[in-house]
Design a protein around this ligand. Structure first.
Ligand SMILES: Cc1cc2nc3c(=O)[nH]c(=O)nc-3n(C[C@H](O)[C@H](O)[C@H](O)COP(=O)(O)O)c2cc1C
Length: 167
């Protein structure tokens, strides 16, 4: 898939088939994730790959988007490694770029995914559940799977609304 075409056609996928995701696809997605830019190239991200159904069911209890986590064959939990932080805002931006790479790579491989942030209200409980050491802050869970039924595309504001000025 051409890069711009993939970027323009990506949309959040919240319904998945029951088909598993092959491990090599998850590796490809994570290899794309770590190619994201980061300030000073500090690469402040850490990941947990969650396939285990029992763990997903318990993780799902920490968000109102529980169905998505239960249905997705794989969830990726993305953490900020605080020991690598040099500038909080820039490190958050790097994590955002990393998560976007995950979504775009999944899309390019014919998979679908959604960035789940609502679960951050229980970030610490999720960290403990996933047995991740203290000092890593949950940034998002990305639910991944083979796309199920079609979902309506979300509208975007027109450029005239978001471009403040051309100088
Ligand atoms: C920081 C962030 C948090 C999000 N959290 C959730 C979430 O908890 N649940 C959910 O269903 N979608 C979540 N989304 C996905 C957005 O709802 C979605 O990207 C937006 O509506 C635009 O739709 P699109 O991705 O299909 O273009 C989140 C997206 C971002 C960037």
């Amino acid at each position: 898939m051409e890069l711009l075409e993939g970027l323009l056609s990506r949309q959040s996928v919240r319904h998945f088939t029951s088909e598993e995701i092959a491990s090599d696809l998850i590796r490809k997605i994570l290899n794309a994730a770590v190619m994201a830019p980061s300030g000073l190239n500090n690469q402040p991200w850490k990941f947990v790959i969650i396939r285990n159904e029992g763990v997903r069911i318990r993780l799902a209890e920490l968000t109102r988007y529980s169905r998505i986590i239960r249905d997705a064959p794989v969830c990726l939990a993305v953490f900020l490694d605080r020991s690598l932080v040099y500038h909080e805002t820039k490190d958050y931006q790097a994590i955002g770029a990393c998560i976007q790479n995950i979504l775009l790579a999944a899309h390019g491989l014919g998979l679908g995914g959604v960035w789940l942030g609502e679960i951050l209200k229980n970030a610490e409980k999720a960290r403990i559940l996933l047995e991740v050491p203290e000092g890593n802050d949950l940034m998002a869970v990305v639910a991944l799977g083979h796309p199920g039924h079609h979902q309506e595309r979300k509208e975007r504001k027109g450029l005239e609304e978001v471009v403040l000025r051309e100088i």
